[in-house]
Design a protein around this ligand. Structure first.
Ligand SMILES: *Cc1c(COP(=O)(O)O)cnc(C)c1O
Length: 338
């Protein structure tokens, strides 16, 4: 596949900002202050961050058994979506309902969007998507799997078929992959140049840091890197993200608590009359009730805030899996409200 031909001509002609790192005894080249603040022992706050986020990329690459050159770091996946649309342009295709930023960013950048409703089981509607691919030749397809807000993974065979049939870039957004029983798409990277994967630290305890990863073929990563702002990820986030990734024990135990609470919450919801909960591979559960407005307002009155999906999936509410105590408070409030 000719990746360069997919890149917008203005970006194709660009070369990436080059961050030269010249060893020196006295660094007086970047108009930085010699006086930093000593909030953090090992982070010189007066210096610009590492523009290549080298240590962070090496750490993640090692864990995923990839190379640093296969990774681009973003200020959250949101920024990476921005960069992808800036690099390739439209049309941008995604199923609906899904993560709203694909549409918001594409429209903000003036690109055409193609929204294809999911089938009744919340899986990809292949006939409609394949027809749209033929008709509009989208440069970008965004597939959130597990999907937000439905909670399911799309079928692997369908995603693979889209990667094969599309002449554009297919981005599998794996923001919720750590909570899923499926393996995700990293094993398929070696087979498809037009496959990109997004991961984020936001749903696994580090939303405050704004750290997202784009993973893919070196050539594609290099093209997207041309539109990246040189210092997009600050030093504090870089340093803390490295520490968090290395603390596999804490990471694993938090994820497994959330998964087991999700299973418990699903079971309990299934036993409540008037509630229909959808299966979830993520850290939230979508559920249907007769009177979503009243339930939403009633919960909020009791201090429990969940997401009202009005206008996205009518009749539905979405609850994030919290701690055992939070989930118990939610369940009790829900029973009372109903
Ligand atoms: C929450 C979420 C993200 C996270 O984006 P960040 O900018 O990394 O916080 C990305 N994709 C989906 C589908 C999400 O639900």
């Amino acid at each position: 596949m000719n990746i360069r031909a997919l890149v917008k001509p203005n970006v194709r002609r660009l070369s990436a900002y080059e961050a030269k790192e010249i060893p020196c005894r006295v660094k007086l080249d970047a108009n930085e202050s010699p006086y930093g603040f000593s909030f953090f022992k090992n982070i010189p706050t007066n210096r610009y961050p590492d523009p290549e986020a080298k240590e962070l990329k090496t750490t993640l690459a090692k864990q995923l058994k990839l190379k640093s050159k296969n990774i681009l770091v973003g200020n959250g996946s949101d920024e990476l979506i921005y960069y992808l649309v800036t690099t390739f342009g439209g049309a941008v295709l995604y199923p609906t309902p899904t993560f709203s930023m694909y549409g918001i960013i594409s429209k903000a950048l003036g690109e055409k969007t193609i929204e294809i409703p999911l089938d009744p089981s919340f899986d990809l509607n292949m006939k409609k998507i394949l027809d749209a691919i033929k008709k509009h030749k989208p440069k970008l397809l965004f597939l959130s799997s597990p999907n937000n807000p439905t909670g399911n993974c799309f079928s692997t065979e369908r995603i693979l078929m889209l990667i094969e049939k599309s002449k554009g870039i297919v981005v599998v957004d794996e923001a919720y992959q750590p909570f899923s029983s499926e393996r995700g798409f990293i094993p398929f990277l070696k087979d498809y140049k037009n496959l990109l994967i997004m991961r984020t630290l936001s749903k696994i305890g580090l939303a405050a840091l704004r750290v997202g990863f784009l993973i893919g073929d070196e050539e594609v990563i290099n093209e997207v890197n041309k539109v990246r702002l040189p210092f997009n990820l600050n030093s504090i986030s870089q340093a803390l993200a490295v520490r968090a990734l290395k603390d596999k024990k804490q990471m694993r135990s938090a994820i497994s608590s959330i998964v087991s609470e999700r299973e418990r919450l699903s079971k309990e919801l299934a036993e409540i009359k008037g509630v229909m909960a959808y299966p979830s591979e993520a850290n939230f559960i979508l559920f249907k009730v007769k009177n979503p407005e009243k339930v939403y307002a009633g919960l909020l009155k009791k201090g429990v805030l969940i997401r009202n999906m009005k206008g996205v999936i009518n009749g539905c509410l979405r609850v994030t899996v919290g701690s055992k105590k939070e989930n118990d408070i939610f369940l009790r409030a829900l029973r009372e409200v109903l």
